[in-house]
Design a protein. Structure first.
Length: 586
């Protein structure tokens, strides 16, 4: 482990962050720092700041931040170890050969398997594509022609056809791939009749990752037999592919951003929706493949655009899926707008019936996320009903739901929507603000999302210690409910015990898998000189909260022991002492 830590420090010291990022982006000096347009969310006015002194970057637009390794990891969409390899190669530094958590024989074996699986998927895609244009693929070509997709679209998406259950297996065997690996990467399916094509007799759509590599396949049934087994079917989840971590056509959206400005993305449910939109001229569409959106998918989207339109099917199930996913996107810092497709049509059907221009109007009419939530509330609780009894019954429920929505907004949006809710309900803005502040916590709203006082305290203390505030001391590790805080506090205590000064950029090394939001909670704390007196008071209060929480946890554990040993005088004495400490701390 020591060799790996030394290696990380070496590649950081020999890869100046300004030089590395400057090889990817056009950097311009701004005072002591350098600025660029952020590559992770797209913007017209540069807000991406690179600090040579601290060896970190931060975007003041989307909140992304990190060290030189984190930048390469995000820009190249690769793993931590792969980013280290890129930087090591750039600096001419050999990778460490000793075993570690991040570079060992197991990792090298996984990488070898991954490369093999990618090769199998690539060859499988070629097989399907050739089959599509063969005599046996006539049924697939007729279906595509019926859907109105042209040859350029077929080629762009690599659409293919699976002719039967065995031809693919025979082809891959002839290429030297064994059946076990073909099953492991999802293209073959183990059955009682042998290893068969997982998408037998279906139209096949390859699924690519951000790097443009084929990682899985989707199949669409073309006859009664295949449709009876599911109109749409994916190859199984594998080390290359999980539905919740990938988005269909994310590679095309990335390509579009690289070619031209990408003002927004449209998220739909299925492959055919994306293909239909591409055919109609909408190149920034991706599909969640029928699943609710996840934090990982939100990260992919935030790298490509600032604004995301959600356009799920117009039926009730589609609306529920919309509600499940939109808060995740909002928390990722995206501007979320919700499209409503009339007549319970999906996007593909709507475009086919009314054309691309009509679909463009649906985009223009999309609602901001808070408006959509209020609309759903109004449907559930009809506050404008002509029936007075129904209206009076609905009003308090609507207000309760609206307050929940308002609490999730930033200050600017909250002020705007308080006015809107006031006008809708007749409740005064002052009343709504009082209701919102009833449970307001004593600590400042620094961290951007709802956290307990204790969790806020832990982030604040960690930020002060990590960033070297002279009043910030740390004697013991608090109760940590997240891997991020646990690893960060271990690092801080280790530094302090060795007499070392903590370094901000090391946060990305000791906590490599944390979210941008978690990093942001540390970096966004305002520790300016003007706030020193206030922050020093907050720091003392935060340490008190952390101490009380730990004492209460010890008391709970002690009381459990007393339940098991009610006559133990020593335990009872310890309980009394703990209770006195909690009283004094409070």
């Amino acid at each position: 482990m020591a060799d790996w830590s030394d290696f990380i420090q070496q590649i950081k010291s020999q890869n100046d962050i300004v030089d590395v990022i400057g090889s990817y982006l056009e950097l311009r000096r701004s005072g002591a720092n350098f600025m660029a347009r952020c590559p992770f969310h797209g913007e017209k006015t540069p807000s991406f700041n690179v600090n040579r002194n601290m060896q970190i970057y931060k975007c003041f637009g989307c909140g992304e931040s990190g060290d030189v390794i984190k930048f390469v990891e995000k820009y190249e969409s690769c793993s931590f170890t792969e980013a280290c390899e890129i930087l090591a190669k750039r600096a001419g530094i050999p990778m460490p050969q000793t075993s570690s958590n991040r570079d060992d024989a197991q990792f090298r074996e996984r990488k070898k398997k991954r490369d093999l699986y990618l090769a199998i998927c690539r060859e499988t895609a070629r097989f399907y594509y050739r089959a599509y244009y063969s005599d046996v693929g006539k049924v697939a070509r007729e279906y595509i022609a019926k859907r109105g997709f042209d040859e350029a679209t077929v080629k762009k998406f690599g659409i293919g056809y699976s002719p039967d259950g065995t031809s693919l297996a025979d082809h891959l065997k002839g290429k030297g791939y064994n059946a076990e690996d073909c099953v492991a990467c999802g293209v073959l399916q183990k059955t009682t009749r042998g290893n068969l094509d997982a998408l037998n007799r279906r139209l096949v759509i390859p699924i690519f990752n951000m790097q443009g590599q084929v990682i899985a396949f989707g199949g669409r049934g073309l006859d009664e037999y295949t449709i009876s087994r599911g109109k749409y079917k994916n190859t199984s989840e594998t080390p290359l592919f999980t539905k919740k971590d990938n988005l269909f056509a994310i590679n095309i959206a990335k390509e579009q951003k690289q070619q031209t400005a990408l003002p927004h993305l449209v998220v739909v449910e299925g492959y055919m929706d994306v293909i239909a939109m591409y055919q109609a001229g909408f190149k920034g569409a991706v599909a969640s493949m029928g699943t609710s959106l996840t934090e990982q998918q939100a990260k992919w989207l935030s790298r490509l655009a600032d604004t995301v339109y959600i356009c799920y099917d117009g039926d009730a199930a589609g609306q529920k899926a919309t509600v499940r996913g939109m808060d995740i996107l909002d928390r990722a810092g995206l501007e979320v707008r919700v499209m409503t497709v009339p007549e319970k049509l999906d996007p593909d059907e709507y475009i086919k019936k009314y054309g691309g221009e009509a679909f463009e109007k649906l985009i223009e009419q999309a609602m901001p996320l808070p408006d959509y939530k209020l609309q759903l509330l109004e449907r559930a609780f009809p506050i404008n009903s002509s029936d007075a009894s129904q209206r009076n019954n609905a009003l308090p429920k609507y207000v309760k739901g609206a307050l929940t929505m308002l609490k999730s907004l930033d200050d600017v949006r909250q002020a705007r929507y308080i006015t809107q809710v006031s006008l809708k309900t007749g409740y005064s803005e002052d009343f709504l603000r009082r209701k919102l502040s009833e449970n307001e916590e004593e600590l400042p709203q620094i961290f951007g999302e709802e956290l307990s006082q204790e969790e806020k305290a832990k982030y604040f203390v960690a930020a002060c210690v990590l960033r070297g505030e002279d009043y910030a001391s740390l004697e013991e590790k608090p109760i940590c409910n997240s891997a991020f805080l646990s690893a960060l506090y271990d690092y801080l205590l280790d530094c302090l015990s060795n007499g070392d000064k903590p370094s901000v950029d090391m946060m990305y090394t000791v906590c490599p898998d944390a979210s941008p939001e978690q990093y942001g909670k540390i970096l966004d704390v305002n520790l300016s000189a003007e706030r020193r007196e206030v922050n020093e008071r907050y720091f003392a209060e935060c340490k008190r909260l952390i101490t009380v929480e730990k004492l209460k946890r010890k008391r709970e554990e002690l009381m459990q022991k007393i339940k098991e040993n009610p006559d133990d005088a020593e335990l009872l004495a310890q309980l009394g002492e703990l209770s006195r400490k909690i009283t004094n701390a409070n």
